[in-house]
Design a protein around this ligand. Structure first.
Ligand code: DGJ
Length: 731
């Protein structure tokens, strides 16, 4: 049993980690421990029995001045009852008070994984050992209760949490903050690792010590966004890739989020994650519920690599049900970088023909195929092919591409509308817009109001009709602006605090209605590059376009940051032309190809403009990628060096789960110390086994490869790429 309950203690045991909670003598649920596996049945001795002067004591504690909600570690913190740290909940009760004090009422333990009815969650595979714990905490005065949900994926060392509010009070309440998970550590010697950035610069890695006060990241842009990713790590200061404690938290939600790590005056730490409370106010009628999204948590005592392996495994195997997750993905060529809005059928067909010779499997037509879409200013919302560019529409183009033996993909941005579109002219009230105010535009577009059921129905039908008529094998689902002017004409003025979240509920309904009804279409997520790269999106999209920045050295950094939580098989990565459109940098073809192999691999260039040599390279690397795709997608991934270190090279590695093969990749970066000896220290191999390196002909032990490393050739120009294929010898 992964979950047990005895003597008022809940213990959750995963393979290498333990999570423990206790119902206190007054019914509060205390968080005791999350960390390396321990067998102890009660570790509540870790709470010091000291009087914290000036802290308040609940009435039921009587004369006991030690018992304080602010000093004791809480599992779901109360509000307005003497715990001054970040609350798990804020609400307005029917009597106008803000109080909530949840006390243990009941619990249930069962085998299998809970799910939420309105939000995406991880699932358990058939036969997989997953257990669920549900604990109900109730406020004795209002009868508002909270169901805390826990699932233990024991083998994968993953624990998930979610929460459901049940309004058992005598009328409507207004929920203003509702965290999915909160947990308290008695200490605070931690670093926080977060992933920040902007368009073209996603998931940059920032590691810093926790400071007193609230260390916060989040988004209220209406999507998880480019600026902060809904994934963060708290770790010991000594933690590196191989050693030390690390805790990862990833929110399964694609909208506004917050992650707080609060270090209080006693130098204790509270971590909380959930929907961002800004402009959030949900009215919950008597008897109704509200679901908070799931948080996926992992503890690793063996550093950051182990933490990433656990997240990769769970997202690969328990997030998305698409059959494409476990199948080989097509090598695709995308029309955006070479052609933008300027193309016609003949140009596309010619491009597809050349790319077929280079080994591509699929041709993807990006933006510009519909309505009056000849630039960014018009057409969004009109999902009907522009017959001037594409005579016969999508079916005719798809047929010609299929006739070449290639598959065909198409771009959509369903959530948006240009004012210059038939859709907007017919339904100006279908977009988010504050009455009597001119809207803010971004990329000349407005956001459709996905909180409206009629808009959702329209979009499901509009996209499905194109897919059903046109033999489409792949869809790139884009989303190119942040939300503001958040007001829906569909809801009364006092319900506008619900719109951000209702938008997400609408989006998930649309994705269900389109993606789940087309199991044979591969869907790729995108948001101005990688602006909506999160766990919830991974339940729909087996792959997500990582960034519009296709410059290989920039990608090394973006893909490095992305790899802390998200599996390599989910990262859309393509080779583009040089000099790079954004950075103007020239990088050898091999380096661009090796960098794009850190993902789903494809091309964003005009093959008609390639040299003979580039075409030969293209065919060679496409083949090389195909040969290793299974290892890249299914193996354990190691960050061998950081692109942020003052190292001469950045290196990474894929090791098969059975450790019989590995692929080591490196790109030289800093060449200022030309004559320094450079060794790539390979990890994750069997120390005593012998491995043959295809490229050097050497046979070395796993131990030598780890401790000495692979010697890189001396004095290579900046941005030279190396690959080393390692095969274990049968001994
Ligand atoms: C943003 C995407 O990230 C690009 O790849 C491309 O699809 C454009 N949108 C098209 O407008």
């Amino acid at each position: 049993m992964a979950i047990s309950f005895a003597n008022n203690i809940f213990t959750l045991q995963a393979k290498n980690s333990t999570y423990q909670m206790k119902i206190s003598e007054h019914g509060h649920l205390l968080h005791l421990y999350y960390g390396s596996k321990i067998a102890d049945k009660d570790v509540s001795y870790l709470i010091p029995r000291v009087i914290r002067s000036h802290e308040s004591n609940p009435d039921e504690a009587g004369e006991d001045r030690v018992y304080s909600l602010c000093a004791y570690p809480q599992e779901f913190s109360s509000n307005d009852a003497g715990d001054y740290r970040i609350p798990s909940i804020e609400l307005v009760n029917t009597d106008g008070s803000y109080s909530f004090v949840g006390k243990y009422k009941s619990h249930k333990i069962y085998s299998g994984k809970y799910s939420l009815s309105t939000l995406p969650t991880l699932y358990a595979n058939e036969g997989e050992d997953v257990e669920t714990l549900e604990i109900i905490l109730e406020d004795a005065v209002t009868h508002v209760s909270v169901k805390l949900l826990y699932a233990v994926f024991a083998e994968k060392d993953i624990i998930t949490r979610a929460a459901v509010l049940l309004n058992g009070s005598d009328g409507e309440i207004r929920l203003q903050r509702f965290m999915s998970a909160s947990l308290d550590f008695m200490t605070s010697d931690f670093d926080m690792i977060e992933f920040f950035g902007h368009h073209y610069y996603e998931r940059q890695t920032d590691r810093h010590p926790l400071t007193h006060g609230i260390n916060e990241i989040g988004s209220f842009r209406g999507s998880s966004g480019h600026f902060h990713n809904p994934f963060a790590i708290i770790c010991d200061k000594k933690t590196d890739e191989d050693i030390g404690n690390a805790y990862g938290f990833c929110l399964m939600y694609s909208g506004n989020f917050v992650f707080d790590a609060e270090m209080d005056g006693y130098s204790q730490t509270r971590v909380a994650m959930g929907i961002h409370p800004k402009q959030f106010e949900f009215h919950i009628a008597k008897g109704d519920c509200f679901e908070a999204p799931e948080v996926v948590m992992c503890h690793s005592a063996k550093g950051l690599s182990k933490l990433s392996h656990s997240f990769h495994d769970i997202f690969r195997e328990n997030a998305c049900k698409s059959r494409f997750v476990h199948s080989k993905r097509p090598v695709l060529i995308n029309s955006w970088e070479p052609f933008r809005f300027t193309f016609d059928s003949e140009k596309l067909i010619k491009t597809a023909e050349i790319s077929k010779k280079l080994g591509a499997d699929m041709f993807v037509l990006d933006d510009g195929w519909f309505g009056e879409r000849n630039d960014e200013k018009a057409g969004l919302g009109d999902w009907v092919a522009n017959e001037e560019k594409l005579p016969g529409g999508i079916p005719a183009l798809a047929e010609r591409i299929h006739a070449m033996g290639m598959s065909f993909g198409l771009w959509f941005e369903p959530e948006m509308v240009n004012e210059n579109s038939d859709l907007y002219r017919a339904h100006p009230d279908w977009c988010l817009r504050v009455p009597n105010r001119a809207p803010s535009r971004s990329r000349h577009q407005l956001c459709l109001d996905l909180s409206r059921p009629d808009v959702c129905d329209y979009l499901i039908n509009a996209v499905n009709s194109v897919l059903e008529a046109g033999s489409v094998d792949y869809v790139k689902w884009d989303y190119n602006r942040y939300v503001c002017d958040v007001y829906s004409a569909y809801y009364p003025h006092d319900r506008q605090g619900e719109i951000y979240h209702r938008y997400m509920l609408g989006l998930y309904r649309i994705l269900d209605g389109i993606i789940k009804t087309h199991p044979d279409i591969l869907f790729e997520g995108c948001s101005g590059g990688g602006g909506r790269y999160d766990g919830a999106m991974l339940t729909y999209f087996p792959q997500i376009w990582c960034s519009d920045n296709t410059d290989a050295p920039s990608r090394l950094v973006i893909q490095y940051g992305t790899s802390f939580a998200y599996p390599i098989c989910t990262m859309g990565a393509h080779v583009s032309a040089c000099p790079n459109k954004k950075t103007k940098r020239n990088v050898p073809f091999k380096t661009r190809a090796v960098t794009a192999m850190h993902g789903t691999f494809g091309y964003e260039l005009d093959p008609a403009k390639m040299t003979e040599k580039e075409m030969a390279d293209c065919a060679e690397y496409t083949e090389f990628y195909r040969k290793h795709q299974e290892l890249i997608f299914g193996g354990d991934y190691y960050r061998l060096s950081s692109p942020y270190d003052e190292s001469i090279f950045t290196a990474w590695e894929f090791v098969s789960k059975d450790k019989t093969e590995a692929l080591v990749c490196a790109v030289t970066q800093d060449i200022s110390i030309l004559d320094k000896n450079c060794y790539v220290h390979v990890r994750g191999l069997e120390p005593d086994a012998l491995y043959k390196i295809e490229q050097t002909g050497q046979t070395l032990s796993g131990a030598a490869l780890q401790n000495i490393g692979i010697l890189l050739p001396h004095t290579q120009p900046q941005y030279t790429a190396f690959v080393f294929e390692l095969k274990r010898l049968n001994t």
